[in-house]
Ligand binder design. Structure first.
Ligand SMILES: *Cc1c(COP(=O)(O)O)cnc(C)c1O
Length: 455
């Protein structure tokens, strides 16, 4: 048998509908609350930030939502994304496990994020938005929205976490190449940014701060809406194309995953792959395990609290019930910038709370090590975020070697690491450090959770 096994779907097999797990959950997720009243938000509360269609998707309980033709048409630029059987990796590990990965790095920005930036730009354009404001950590979301905004004729302003702005000039160049404007956050362009700078002039920034800036710009400008690259229900809905395709590809492979793995920052690529499989399991039964993998420096699920919290540092967003480290928690500057968010998607948090998925945390050095093992077998340099999924896949393959079981492992390779070579340079030069989360900072941030009469 050939060593390289790649499962491709024809273009017309791009899903026609997104999948919404809310329809299959044993209990509905908690509603989004208005921070002032403590009552569930209505569509009007969210209207300054999002177009109507995305607000409807945010509260949608239907199992399927149709993908508009113009969105499917853009998806065709890189979808269906390939599914690989990692035979060379299996051989290198000498494991009886079968390892598959869904590769989302084939998109224009090199990650899964355009799966949602494209529909977000499309709905905004349809409803007359002129400009999108957003934040970006490592730059993957900013470049994905820059790409999509440009296709649909929208101006895109990106608040980029300052440390990444300085460390990742090529991501910035990518955003600017797609026509976006990129600002280091905290900036002087918003009250939120000025407030942070007045207290911490040397602030490296954080996703929570950059979100405050982007939300503020949208709230204050009628022609501008806000776009978020993860966490929210409509984002997870759009990402379901990953798992829907993978289900079909696994069928072609004649296999069924015993374990489904994804790294988790805000939870969208994990959910994108896992939720279609989990939904089927909830409807029809099954024994697949689902593992969300987070960095030990930002252990939202494994160490956080399940509570109502703000999505941003300056407390401009509505309250969502999620696993959180507290909205003021600023994690160490690990290289997996996309995993440095204080909260976790409410839907991922909810299924974790229901015991339907597992979570675990790894340190960055062991993840980079796993990433290199993968790269040397499969020829793809994984994004630092994705190395967390690989680390977990390797652990499961190792467990199979010990037990002699031949389990089928499927993980999401959420992106390539071609813009993250500095991280690999640091790793190869022995310059990386493992940061655990700071226990005192965590305690303080969790102490500041908003008071909500939450269940
Ligand atoms: C943004 C990003 C992540 C983390 O975000 P999720 O919403 O948790 O998926 C993971 N991998 C890559 C490559 C990313 O760009």
């Amino acid at each position: 048998m050939s060593d390289t096994v790649k499962y491709l779907l024809p273009e017309d097999r791009i899903p026609k509908n997104w999948y919404n797990i809310v329809a299959d959950l044993p209990e509905p997720p908690a509603p989004i609350l208005h921070p002032g009243t403590g009552q569930p938000v209505g569509p009007d509360d969210l209207a300054p930030l999002f177009p109507t269609e995305l607000i409807m998707q945010e509260v949608c309980a239907d199992r399927e939502v149709e993908i508009p033709d113009p969105v499917r048409d853009v998806y065709k630029m890189w979808r269906p994304a390939p599914l690989f059987r990692a035979r060379r990796l299996e051989a290198a590990l000498d494991t009886p496990a079968k390892i598959y990965y869904k590769y989302e790095g084939v998109s224009p920005s090199g990650s899964h994020k355009p799966n949602t930036s494209v529909p977000q730009a499309f709905y905004n354009k349809e409803e007359g938005t002129k400009r999108l404001s957003t934040e970006t950590g490592a730059g993957q979301w900013g470049s994905s929205l820059a790409f999509a905004g440009n296709l649909f004729g929208l101006q895109v302003d990106v608040f980029m976490v300052k440390i990444s702005y300085q460390q990742k000039p090529y991501r910035r160049a990518l955003m600017e190449s797609f026509g976006a404007r990129c600002v280091a956050s905290p900036s002087n362009e918003t009250d939120s940014g000025r407030h942070v700078l007045s207290e911490h002039p040397d602030s490296n920034g954080s996703l929570g701060i950059a979100i405050s800036e982007a939300v503020e710009v949208a709230a204050k400008n009628d022609d501008t809406k806000y776009a978020l690259g993860s966490v929210l229900n409509h984002v997870l809905l759009h990402q379901s194309v990953i798992g829907l395709e993978a289900m079909e590809q696994m069928e072609i492979a004649g296999d069924h995953p015993d374990i489904v793995i994804g790294c988790a920052g805000g939870g969208s690529n994990f959910a994108g792959l896992a939720f279609p499989f989990l939904g089927r399991q909830l409807r029809e039964g099954g024994n697949t395990r689902f593992i969300a993998v987070e960095p030990a420096a930002c252990p939202t699920m494994t160490r956080g609290t399940f509570a109502y919290d703000f999505g941003d540092t300056e407390h401009l967003t509505p309250l969502v019930k999620m696993h959180t480290l507290g909205s003021t928690f600023v994690p160490e500057g690990i290289h997996a910038g996309g995993l440095r968010y204080h909260g976790m998607s409410p839907l991922v948090s909810h299924v974790y709370d229901l015991g339907l998925i597992e979570a675990r945390a790894y340190h960055q050095i062991e993840c980079f090590k796993a990433g290199l093992t993968f790269a040397r077998s499969e020829g793809i340099i994984p994004a630092p975020e994705a190395t967390h999924a690989i680390r977990a896949a390797l652990a499961e393959a190792e467990a199979c070697k010990v037990s002699g079981e031949s389990k089928t492992i499927l993980f999401n390779l959420s992106g390539h690491g071609h813009f993250d070579m500095q991280a690999y340079t640091d790793f190869l030069g022995d310059k990386l450090e493992d940061h655990a989360h700071n226990e005192a900072d965590l305690k303080q941030a969790l102490g500041g959770l908003p008071d909500v009469a939450a269940e």
